[in-house]
Design a protein around this ligand. Structure first.
Ligand SMILES: Nc1nc2c(c(=O)[nH]1)N[C@H]1C(S)=C(S)[C@@H](COP(=O)(O)OP(=O)(O)OC[C@H]3O[C@@H](n4cnc5c(=O)[nH]c(N)nc54)[C@H](O)[C@@H]3O)O[C@H]1N2
Ligand SMILES: Nc1nc2c(c(=O)[nH]1)N[C@H]1C(S)=C(S)[C@@H](COP(=O)(O)OP(=O)(O)OC[C@H]3O[C@@H](n4cnc5c(=O)[nH]c(N)nc54)[C@H](O)[C@@H]3O)O[C@H]1N2
Ligand SMILES: [Mo]
Length: 689
């Protein structure tokens, strides 16, 4: 594997170095037979690698790692036959993503560590059905069944589908497609199963482009998201996971049936049905007369085997004549499943690459450099990615109160040294600015983020946060081959953003908050929560509350002290409540959330609520760390203080971390933090990536 990393201070330049390849060549670790028999391009690739990173020292300099760490890593890789290199978007999402992937593949080809048990490069495709999408040709640069835009492939698919007007060249990849829409060159767009107004770089530009379309169609599961809110001419109701039937393929090429277990709601239909009906209306009824997912699968299988004879990897010809019942009962199956042959578990251990000459190609990478210049006004690099608790644009995970309990607000993570330098404080707010846009985000100070970089999660959108559309900050330079954007390294600036007031509201229904407010909407048990920060005078709140909750509101006003608290009740339950105060006294969100859930709030509790003191028996356990069992950070820290010293011990006492296990890294960090610092400062940054 090549070393891909960010350099440390003073001027961090994340780089990717092909130094390992050179080291393998110089230390006798090459598999000469494998290289000679099964590959091409070795000499050029090695010469280029040598010119970029010819030594441990050069690699250390380029990556910002210590020479000792680089040397140790090189030795470990060299001495271990069974190496799997797993990589995902840190490598792919880059204007040099294909070079980074090739730098990894070069090391595996050079050592023959490919397609063998325990030894292989392994690209982690992120979407649950990313592989399935490729099999059916779901990218702009491919035809179906892993065929490309070469004349023989085009001709073959044309004949199979009897489609004389088949596309004869690659389409535009996502970023370039929206640039073409913005220029008015593409006039019609059908968006299906993606939310580009949030997830593409320069997301405000994308939202603007959508407004220019002459025909804009969206197939969706939700009535509202940032893309739908850009105003499609047609909004089609699509079935969602659990409602539809078909197949998905995972990263080890295993096709599994996905069976529906919920009835179709309302007028919602499967995506394939919507497409077929549209084709019929356009006059292509004969070719799109599908009755079922099974029928489409049989055709898909037939195309994969059509004139294949071992020339293409994707071949599921043996499934071409599955009956409907056999399709329903299909067990997970790994491709290829060629007609009359046993399925083969591994590719490439003995060569046999699907290139013209059957050889795997070493590719010489370009000199590593990031796109977009940092400088005095944009001194940092903004890295973006995921957190454990949310999925992409939150159209589903955003509905879960459990998942929203851990990290409820959009945030930016910054290294303590940089925080000091730019006057940023933990738990405060900061404005992050790039050449493309601005966000105002909650601050997490953490040494989990490198000096010189910021990290912000991609999940929040205009649906659930006023200033958290991180996609709007991201630059749109792309890799020339894959089209992946440089979304982990946008030049950025950060500055503290002060708010006089903080607060929150809880309500049984969705609220329209007053204007000019920083807010995040969070799903909570029993309704909706809003966390906010404000600089406007407190006097605006009573009238606003009356407009949403009516006149029957109990409140506590100390405008001089900067405090306003109010609640309305329906029967014995809280209907709506509002807490506003200075940052140190804005009310305890966790405690009030627990009262909001209660079916009976006693008179005493009501008084306590508005006086700002915890209701009896409602001590806060802090934000939820273990989402499976709802265990709060406070409870975990108490258990650590009482002596628990491993995630297993915490699990034994509290169950935290014993189900899905994804909070175990955070449990370990909390333990480590108590060993070195007071628990309170162990505010957890983690859960990132
Ligand atoms: N909870 C949750 N899980 C998900 C998803 C989700 O939305 N939520 N999405 C799924 C999908 S579709 C995908 S594609 C995967 C993505 O999975 P990952 O690629 O693991 O996720 P990212 O959060 O994008 O993180 C990329 C990591 O790369 C690091 N990085 C940034 N720049 C570089 C670099 O130059 N070199 C190296 N080596 N590393 C770098 C970042 O700091 C970050 O830790 O996750 C899947 N799983
Ligand atoms: N800055 C930055 N940007 C990124 C990334 C990053 O790391 N940094 N990661 C990128 C990556 S790897 C990914 S995969 C993308 C993800 O980005 P998107 O794919 O845009 O995000 P999702 O939220 O998964 O969008 C899926 C949409 O489809 C709808 N939907 C769900 N199921 C169905 C269905 O069965 N049929 C139909 N018609 N609709 C359905 C959902 O309601 C939702 O609106 O984000 C990318 N953007
Ligand atoms: Mo992804």
């Amino acid at each position: 594997m090549s070393i891909c990393s960010s350099a440390s201070s003073p001027a961090p330049i994340p780089r990717c170095s092909p130094g390992l390849f050179v080291h393998l060549a110089d230390s006798g670790a090459l598999d000469q037979d494998y290289i000679a028999q099964n590959t091409s391009g070795f000499d050029d690739a090695l010469a280029r690698a040598r010119s970029i990173a010819g030594s441990v020292t050069a690699t250390a300099l380029a990556t910002g790692l210590s020479e000792q760490d680089v040397a140790t890593f090189f030795k470990m890789f060299r001495d271990t036959d069974r190496v799997v290199t797993l990589y995902s978007q840190g490598v792919n999402q880059s204007a040099q993503g294909t070079d980074k992937v090739n730098a990894i593949l070069n090391c595996h080809l050079a050592t023959g560590r490919i397609g063998k048990p325990g030894a292989s490069p392994f690209s982690l495709t992120g979407q649950p059905n990313a592989m399935g999408g490729r099999e059916v040709g779901g990218l702009a640069n491919m035809l179906a069944a892993h065929m490309g835009f070469t004349p023989p492939d085009i001709d073959r698919v044309r004949r199979f589908w009897k489609a004389p007007r088949i596309a004869t060249h690659e389409g535009l990849k996502a970023v370039q497609l929206f640039e073409a829409i913005h220029r008015g060159e593409v006039k019609a767009l059908w968006v299906m199963g993606t939310n580009p107004a949030v997830s593409l770089p320069d997301a405000d530009f994308v939202r603007e482009a959508l407004k220019k379309l002459e025909l804009f169609v969206v197939s969706e599961n939700v009535l509202s998201n940032d893309t739908v809110d850009a105003g499609p001419h047609v909004l089609l109701p699509a079935l969602a996971w659990g409602e539809k039937s078909g197949t998905v393929t995972n990263s080890e090429r295993r096709i599994s049936r996905q069976r529906s277990f919920l009835p179709a709601p309302g007028e919602a239909r499967p995506d394939w049905w919507i497409l077929s009906e549209t084709a019929k209306r356009l006059g292509f009824g004969d070719s799109f007369n599908y009755k079922s997912a099974a029928e489409i699968f049989r055709e898909h299988a037939a195309l994969s085997a059509f004139e294949n004879e071992g020339s293409r990897d994707f071949d599921i010809g043996a499934l071409t004549s599955l009956s409907d019942d056999a399709f329903d009962a299909l067990k997970p199956v790994q491709w290829p499943v060629r007609e009359g042959e046993a399925s083969s578990e591994r590719f490439f251990a003995k060569g046999g690459f699907f290139t013209n000459d059957g050889k795997g190609r070493f590719i010489a990478p370009e000199v590593p450099s990031l796109r977009g210049e940092t400088g005095a006004s944009r001194p940092l690099r903004l890295n973006t990615g995921r957190i454990r608790d949310q999925w992409h644009t939150m159209t589903r995970t955003g509905l879960s109160q459990r998942l929203g309990a851990h990290l409820p607000e959009p945030f930016v993570e910054i290294h303590p040294d940089d925080a000091g330098k730019y006057g940023i404080v933990h738990d405060g707010f900061a404005r992050v600015t790039t050449d493309y846009g601005q966000c105002i985000l909650k601050v997490v100070v953490s040494d989990g983020t490198q000096r010189g970089t910021l990290f912000a999660p991609i999940h929040w959108s205009a649906m659930n946060a006023s200033h958290g559309r991180v996609g709007a900050l991201v630059q749109s330079f792309t890799d020339p081959f894959s089209g992946q954007p440089e979304s982990k390294a946008t030049p950025a600036a950060i500055a503290p953003y002060e708010f006089v007031f903080r607060g929150f509201a809880l309500s049984r229904k969705q609220l329209d908050l007053p204007p000019n407010l920083l807010w995040t909407r969070v799903t909570v048990t029993g309704g909706f929560g809003y966390l906010f920060a404000d600089n406007a005078d407190l006097s605006r709140w009573p009238a606003w509350l009356e407009s949403v909750a009516g006149e029957d509101v109990a409140d506590y006003r100390d405008f001089g002290g900067g405090v306003y608290r109010a609640a309305s009740f329906a029967g014995d339950r809280i209907e709506t409540c509002l807490f506003v105060g200075p940052a140190h006294d804005a009310g305890d969100w966790e405690v009030v959330k627990s009262l909001f859930v209660a079916d009976l709030v006693t008179d005493d509790q009501r008084r306590m609520l508005l006086s700002g003191k915890s209701g009896e028996g409602a001590a806060s356990t802090g934000p939820v760390v273990c989402a499976c069992f709802g265990v709060g950070r406070g409870t975990i820290c108490e258990t650590i203080a009482a002596g628990a010293r491993s995630a297993a011990e915490i699990g034994a006492k509290l169950k935290a971390g014993t189900n899905c296990g994804s909070c175990i890294p955070e449990l370990k960090r909390l333990i480590a933090a108590t060993d070195t610092a007071p628990v309170k400062q162990a505010k957890v940054a983690g859960a990132v990536g």
